[in-house]
Design a protein around this ligand. Structure first.
Ligand SMILES: NC(=O)C1=CN([C@@H]2O[C@H](COP(=O)(O)OP(=O)(O)OC[C@H]3O[C@@H](n4cnc5c(N)ncnc54)[C@H](OP(=O)(O)O)[C@@H]3O)[C@@H](O)[C@H]2O)C=CC1
Ligand SMILES: O=C(O)CCC(=O)C(=O)O
Ligand SMILES: [Mg+2]
Length: 740
């Protein structure tokens, strides 16, 4: 018998807090079926510590759990439950380092400007932890994200609130459309395995190797492209003027976390353009003092704070003038004066654009009022998707969650597909010249005329992941009967290569009776939202970035949040990676928990993932009890929804902890009631009885704990004892769990 083992990941922020409450329940229930649940620490803090063993006292070292799981993900035994984790921006990484140092971890500072080989090494280690460093390693398969039927039905009966859309809304999307990644893209499919080299050739002929070796496989699609720095600046300046003239908010939507090299640079251009008078007048002073707009306006403000009083006062007067003369900025937190440009990881496009659309196309201004917005998305590859949704809402009003259809996604991401693999192949160009991609034979495969400051990048996608993606699309289309639309634009170089492959690999499958289309993203959006309004479902089959966008966009409109999605990654070598929802780690929830001991995080994603993980375990190991646990958990999750025991949003109601207590109650009841496994039924009958007897006492203890500030002894690495105590405040519940 194969070992029955599930790996549960310890991550960050709200899901990490939820884990302190939910994991003991999982361990107890799984233990009754002979299933081991092990944890691995892939939190941002844990990953930082793991990079510096020689700096850290032996008893506080953390092994490189991510590398271990990355290897596990390539084996058939893998059964990993992956909770959302922080893809750290630079300000988050530095805050983590500072917190760990204060806790006595003797870590080096982040060297912004390394001047010795040792500092280069330290910086390289920190940079490995930065940005989207976890997901691409674990996602050794393509993604299948959908709203389970029970969740969709629940949302139809209990719709979330939707802001009204007016036909004269001034909200719109601005995108470059030329000189950007989409329009400069060139793509080639490799006829044979090779090794590519990326070089920059300056105007005087000097050759600089940007990347010595990019091994590529036969059939791999290789793209190169760049965004023109000058065109970007012109575009951004025009949008600042346009927003001011239209009297709408200016807001920039990037993915500075996942696209950790390119997007902070673009974000920095946004900061410099909006605050242009400041950088024109004080740019040298600020640069000398260490300002880096790519890390957000807040970082620049911190640097200004360290200047002498006179300079500081002068700059602040000029900043006031910028605010007075410029368009109002969309705000992240108007009470605290945090704008959309303050921190690059505060506004992340996949969640921020749908939240705006759900809100009638409006964002918050500095007074805490909602206003129409100019949403600036520089690259035009996918911006048209949001414009198409906005056009549809202007024409037809907000969507109706009680009737709307669903748009699940089959996303290409295996083996660092497309943009996921681009980070070590993205460069801010130093001098005008040519970037060329050269093969082993010395032939130039792709070349580009670039200027200083341009952002050049290469993306790759291998052939086997594409085959697997096409197969998954056909499987989902067959399973649901819904049309499957490949969101590919024949006008775009990369997509044109993919369209050829899709046509070829569809031939390998029985597609008789299936409706399969290829449409450019804006057209596919229109097709899907037209059907949504008719209550019809449409599978979106997309590349990596659209996978990310669509799996927040549609769930946020359909279900109110993407946390309620079933997110499965069937690993290409047979294992399973079960993600918990499609959203992130909800930092705002932690703020509320710290302030008033109330955690509004909904663990539905964890419940759904655990059920499919148990089901997978039951199938691949010889453990029928796992299947019984899975079925009972599904029944419990359904009942939890029906009985409205998900976390509410307000103090004094059931929060995350209370929802776990009810899940455990319903799970025990379902196990006691089932007849497939008498042993489990007998084991859980007394547990169910205890829950029934003590329900109100558990509620009193959990709700009674709320309402005061909570000190967890750390943000990125809370003290485990404090976090466990805060998340398990009901002795009665803890006693029942311990009795299993
Ligand atoms: N798979 C992964 O590892 C992912 C990680 N991330 C990371 O997550 C962090 C935060 O990203 P952000 O863009 O703010 O997106 P999030 O999805 O974390 O949060 C946005 C909002 O969505 C709602 N939400 C998200 N999850 C839940 C949940 N389980 N229950 C209830 N509401 C939920 C909350 O709304 P409200 O405040 O109204 O309650 C929340 O404020 C970043 O560090 C990012 O890198 C992001 C996406 C995926
Ligand atoms: O990896 C990341 O940074 C974010 C991933 C994400 O948002 C997603 O997979 O939906
Ligand atoms: Mg996402």
């Amino acid at each position: 018998m194969t070992e029955s083992k599930i790996i549960y990941t310890h991550t960050d922020e709200a899901p990490a807090l939820a884990t302190y409450s939910f994991l003991p329940i999982i361990e107890a229930f799984a233990g009754a079926a002979g299933i081991d649940v092990e944890t691995r620490d892939i939190s941002l803090a844990g990953r930082v510590v793991s990079q510096f063993p020689e700096f850290v006292a032996e008893d506080r070292r953390i092994p490189d759990h991510l590398a271990e799981l990355g290897e596990l993900a390539t084996t058939p035994e893998a059964n990993i439950i992956k909770l959302p984790n922080i893809s750290a921006s630079m300000p988050q990484l530095k805050a983590t380092i500072a917190e760990l140092q204060a806790k006595g971890y003797d870590l080096p500072d982040y060297p912004d400007e390394p001047s010795t080989p040792e500092e280069e090494d330290i910086k390289a280690r920190y940079d490995r932890v930065k940005g989207s460093a976890v997901n691409p390693v674990l996602r050794e398969g393509n993604s299948d994200r959908r709203a389970p039927r029970a969740v969709k039905e629940y949302a139809k009966v209990n719709p979330h609130s939707m802001g009204a859309w007016s036909s004269d809304s001034k909200t719109t999307v601005a995108t470059m459309g030329e000189h950007d990644f989409r329009s400069n893209e060139r793509s080639v499919t490799m006829g044979a395995a090779d090794e590519l080299r990326i070089e920059h050739v300056a105007a005087d002929g000097t050759v600089t190797v940007l990347k010595q070796s990019v091994p590529v496989q036969e059939g791999e699609v290789v793209d190169g492209t760049f965004m023109s720095s000058d065109a970007l600046d012109r575009f951004l300046a025009e949008q600042v003027d346009a927003a001011r003239d239209a009297g709408v908010l200016f807001s920039l939507h990037m993915k500075a976390t996942m696209m950790k090299v390119s997007d902070p640079i673009i974000f920095g251009h946004g900061v410099v353009t909006y605050f242009a008078p400041i950088f024109e007048k004080y740019g040298d002073v600020l640069e000398a003092a260490g300002a880096d707009p790519a890390n957000g306006w807040n970082q620049v403000l911190t640097v200004i704070d360290g200047l002498d009083d006179d300079t500081k006062a002068a700059i602040h007067a000029d900043i006031d003038a910028v605010y007075a003369n410029g368009p109002d900025l969309a705000m992240v937190d108007s009470d605290r004066g945090i704008t959309n440009l303050h921190v690059p990881s505060d506004v992340i496009i996949d969640a921020s654009m749908p939240a705006m659309i759900r809100n009638g196309g409006q964002m918050w201004d500095k007074n805490g009022d909602t206003r129409d917005t100019l949403a600036v998305i520089p690259d035009s590859s996918y911006a048209g998707v949001y414009q198409a949704v906005i056009d549809d809402c202007k024409a037809n009003g907000a969507y109706d969650p009680t009737t709307m259809g669903t748009v699940p996604n089959v996303g290409l991401m295996a083996q660092k597909a497309e943009e996921y693999g681009s980070h070590d192949k993205t460069f801010e160009i130093a001098d005008a010249g040519t970037v060329r991609v050269v093969n082993q034979a010395g032939d130039t495969v792709l070349d580009f005329e670039v200027d200083a400051g341009d952002i050049w990048r290469m993306c790759n996608v291998r052939d086997l992941p594409i085959q697997d993606w096409v197969k998954l699309a056909v499987t989902r289309a067959r399973a649901t009967g819904a049309p499957a639309v490949f969101w590919l634009d024949e006008q775009r170089a990369h997509d044109a290569e993919l369209i050829r492959k899709v046509a070829r690999y569809l031939e390998d499958h029985d597609t008789e009776g299936l409706e399969i289309h290829v449409m450019a993203p804006a057209e596919a959006t229109k097709f899907s939202v037209d059907r949504i309004r008719q209550g019809l479902d449409t599978i979106s089959v997309t590349g990596n970035v659209l996978r990310d966008y669509n799996t927040d966009l549609f769930p946020i409109l359909e279900l109110g949040t993407s946390a309620k999605m079933l997110s499965v990654v069937p690993l290409m070598n047979g294992g399973g990676l079960f993600e918990t929802g499609a959203g992130g780690s909800a930092p705002k929830h932690v703020q509320q928990f710290e302030k008033e001991n109330y955690l509004r995080w909904d663990s539905l994603g964890e419940f759904l993932a655990l059920a499919v993980s148990l089901e997978h375990l039951g199938e691949v190991t010889d453990n029928p009890k796992a299947k019984v646990l899975a079925d009972a958990l599904d029944a419990a999750t359904g009942k939890l929804l029906q009985e409205n025991k998900s976390p509410a949003r307000r103090l004094g109601s059931i929060d995350n902890r209370g929802s776990h207590a009810y899940l455990a109650k319903y799970w025990a009841e379902a196990l006691a009631a089932q007849t497939d496994d008498a042993e489990l039924a007998a084991a859980f009958a007394p547990v169910a009885a205890q829950f029934a007897e003590h329900e109100s006492q558990i509620n009193d203890e959990l709700i009674g704990a709320q309402g005061h500030p909570n000190d967890l002894g750390g943000y990125f690495m809370p003290e485990p004892d404090l976090a466990a105590a805060a998340m398990r405040p009901s002795p009665t519940l803890n006693g029942i769990i311990a009795s299993i």
